[in-house]
Design a protein around this ligand. Structure first.
Ligand SMILES: C[S@@+](CC[C@H](N)C(=O)[O-])C[C@H]1O[C@@H](n2cnc3c(N)ncnc32)[C@H](O)[C@@H]1O
Length: 327
């Protein structure tokens, strides 16, 4: 639910949901007027189109903001008519919709909200945030859910009380932050002891062998709108070539990697227009990020040990490590 002068009461309770927010600078309580005011320090935070903002509007994730506002609906299950996000969330986490119902779930780096939608549908109390203007795409799509609290914030300065969530989800984010170890370790401060987590990260071995890494040092410096227009033109030419290489027996997936285009043939998308659209989105997502640091299993294991996390499993899935367990 986005915050507005008229809609910021939690149903029937007379409590503003922003009462659950904390000043990321000093931890003080926040009061909602036209802006959020900290009761304990002079900080104020704007409310931009109903979404409280705790970061400068121009930050390193500008490309993500651009991408998710161009592709607000592309990956939403309610738009594609396919359960792709739903299945990925439950398969990766091992959680069920029933166990999430009524639980406090924190989603970090929510992008356009493909997983926000799935979480909200479980009846969980969902708090989602992203550092970029993607939050406005998410608000437009998922603002209808009364169980969603959405803010624009950074993992490094979250506006929430520590240890206040039962579940923590972070997909596709931490490799795109400037200090992956710090990001990973910061996340867990907000999960209560005994809370469950699921975080995925690009796997170092797979990702380093990909030729897109030769392009990124250049493409990440190109303004998002220019790069996006280039990708939109290139994908319809490169995708058929990639698909043809994919169909070569055995060596296909390796050969297809020589063509720097995201080929989502492993997903059950039949409509060619939809395939192209997903490909444009994912190809841009490969080439635009300012930061990208894939991680090794050994490093992830060490961090979970240093944090004292339990029941930890680290599974490899399509170029990702999925890390899950209990705090
Ligand atoms: C590849 S997208 C993934 C979005 C979404 N989780 C999904 O899987 O569709 C990565 C997201 O992480 C966000 N992000 C990057 N650094 C962040 C930070 N420090 N705090 C919060 N979000 C961040 C970006 O803005 C971007 O929307």
């Amino acid at each position: 639910m986005a915050l507005s002068k008229h809609s910021h009461n939690d149903a029937g309770t007379g409590v503003h949901w922003c009462d659950a927010l904390r000043c990321p600078r000093c931890g003080g309580a926040l009061r909602a007027e036209d802006e959020l005011h900290c009761d304990a320090c002079p900080a104020t935070y704007p409310i931009d189109r109903g979404v409280p903002r705790f970061v400068p509007s121009d930050n390193y994730a500008e490309g993500f903001g651009y991408q998710w506002n161009q592709h607000r609906l592309t990956q939403l299950d309610s738009h594609s008519g396919l359960p792709i996000s739903r299945e990925r969330l439950f398969r990766s986490s091992g959680w069920t919709a029933e166990e999430l119902h009524g639980r406090r779930v924190l989603e970090c780096g929510s992008g356009a909200g493909r997983f926000t939608e799935v979480l909200c549908e479980t009846g969980a109390e969902v708090t989602s945030f992203d550092i970029s203007s993607a939050v406005h795409a998410n608000a437009a799509s998922n603002g209808r859910f009364p169980n969603l609290r959405l803010v624009q914030a950074s993992i490094y300065e979250m506006p929430f009380p520590e240890e206040s969530f039962d579940y923590l989800l972070c997909f596709g984010v931490i490799q795109h932050t400037p200090d992956v170890e710090r990001t990973f370790k910061t996340l867990f401060r907000y999960l209560r002891p005994g809370g469950r987590f699921c975080v995925d990260v690009y796997a170092a071995m797979v990702a380093y062998t990909h030729p897109r890494h030769l392009l990124r040092p250049i493409t990440r410096r190109v303004p998002p709108a220019t790069l996006y227009s280039f990708v939109r033109k290139a994908v319809p030419r490169l995708l058929p070539l990639s698909t043809a290489l994919h169909s070569v027996p055995k060596a296909g997936p390796y050969l297809a990697r020589l063509v720097p285009v995201a080929n989502l043939s492993y997903l059950d998308i039949k409509d060619p227009r939809m395939q192209r659209n997903w490909s444009v989105l994912d190809t841009f997502d490969w080439l635009a990020p300012r930061y990208e640091s894939p991680q090794t299993r050994r490093r992830l294991r060490r961090w979970t040990t240093e944090l004292g996390l339990s029941e930890v499993s680290i599974e490899r899935h399509r170029g990702l490590y999925v890390v899950r367990g209990v705090k």
